[in-house]
Design a binder for this molecule. Structure first.
Ligand code: IMP
Length: 191
């Protein structure tokens, strides 16, 4: 089995990726904790590529990385690649976003997820991006999920991400869509 190092310190992300990649012959491993790659780029894809490349080169194994976040149209795409650093807790990230958006009638937003896989020499073998459009509510709704989920409303389901059953979120979400775009390419990859 080919080892695929996941460029994250978050075991939850490894489990989630495992579920997307279940049918492929990869053995997923968490990256070594001392190996930390800073997200210094200005796009989700550049950050995903950077993390995959650095982790592959440092471990000498195949590596997968993702970068994701929320872009709010009326705020010019903010918080974007800074979504995780927009506040210190989920609650204050949400509170800051609602405050900055105020009563603005344009509530359009999208979640974006970029995924990249690097070969052991650091070169990028595959990449894919997924987006999920929605609207920012004026107050949180629902108790599932994480991050900005309670204020992100998806019209087709008439639910926020935090109200959706996990399977529905997995199918519709930016991360789900990025993996759906990645999987057909993975089948043709020479390891
Ligand atoms: P990263 O991709 O781990 O660098 O961080 C992405 C940040 O964007 C998270 O900390 C969340 O704040 C936010 N985010 C990304 N995906 C989601 C999601 O599916 N729901 C809610 N928030 C998300």
């Amino acid at each position: 089995m080919t080892i695929l190092v996941v460029a994250t310190g978050n075991p939850g992300k490894v489990r989630e990726m495992q579920s997307y990649l279940a049918d492929f012959g990869w053995e997923l491993q968490l990256k070594p904790p001392e190996l930390d790659v800073e997200e210094t780029e200005e796009t989700f894809m550049s950050n995903a590529r950077l993390k995959a490349t650095e982790v592959a080169k440092a471990t000498g194994e195949w590596a997968i990385a993702d970068d994701s976040g929320l872009e709010v149209r009326a705020l010019g795409g903010v918080p974007g690649v800074h979504s995780a650093r927009y506040g210190t807790t989920d609650a204050n990230r949400i509170e800051r976003l609602l405050r900055e958006l105020g009563d603005n009638s344009n509530r359009q937003a999208q979640f974006v997820c970029a995924v990249a896989i690097a070969r052991p020499d650091g070169s990028i073998a595959l990449q894919a991006e997924g987006t999920c459009p929605g609207e920012i509510l004026k107050a949180p709704r629902g108790s599932g999920g994480f991050g900005y989920d309670p204020i992100f409303y998806v019209e087709s389901e008439d639910m926020t991400f935090a109200e959706m059953p996990p399977e529905t979120k997995k199918r519709l979400s930016h991360r789900g869509r990025a993996f759906q775009a990645l999987l057909p390419q993975l089948k043709n990859l020479e390891t």
